[in-house]
Every structure is written in structure tokens, then in C-alpha cells.
Design a protein around this ligand. Structure first.
Ligand code: ZN
Length: 98
């Protein structure tokens, strides 16, 4: 079973929690993200709009909010690349350091 086949059996839905990949201080990290809008009915690979829940250390200046709204995010079920999302269960098998 490949990651893409696995991903094809599951659908994004408003309210689901995904992982969103960020680059924080030069480190590639996953953060939990809540699906707030879902465009998979328009495009099967479908972008989603996410509210991403950051760690306090992602915002060392302590000025910006810890929830970041990101629009039109596409999945990557193979590589851990900033500004993409994947299912939490895929995290261990992704290429790229967590
Ligand atoms: Zn992850």
C-alpha cells in the first residue's frame, strides 16, 4: 500500500484535524491544523483552508497569535514539505525529518 492509495480512501472534511508542515527557526515541524473550509468537491486533490495551532516557541516575539489561518493548502502524502498537509497517521512514514 502506498501513501497515495491510503490517502485516496480518506476525505478531508470540515472539522477534521490534519498535520500542517511549517519551517520554524530552520526546523521542519508538523503542527495540528483544523480544516475550516474544504474544496475537495471541486478538485479531488482538493485544497483546504486550515487554522493551524502553533507551539508557543514558533512565535518567540510573543506578538503574533498562536493560531494561523492558511488558505488553499494542498496535501503531500510522501514528503514532509513546508506549507503542505498530511494525515497524522502518515507522519512516521513521510520522507523528511519530523
Ligand atoms: Zn506530521
Amino acid at each position: 500500500m502506498t501513501n497515495s492509495q491510503e490517502a485516496g480512501t480518506d476525505q478531508t472534511q470540515i472539522g477534521r484535524v490534519l498535520h500542517f508542515v511549517i519551517n520554524t527557526s530552520g526546523s521542519i515541524r508538523c503542527r495540528p491544523a483544523f480544516v475550516v473550509e474544504n474544496f475537495s468537491h471541486l478538485n479531488k486533490k482538493g485544497p483546504v483552508n486550515l487554522d493551524v495551532f502553533l507551539d508557543i516557541n514558533d512565535r518567540p516575539d510573543d506578538i503574533e497569535p498562536l493560531i494561523m489561518s492558511i488558505q488553499n493548502v494542498y496535501p503531500n502524502h510522501i514528503y514532509r514539505i513546508p506549507n503542505t498537509w498530511h494525515w497524522p497517521r502518515e507522519c512516521e512514514s513521510l520522507r523528511g525529518k519530523p
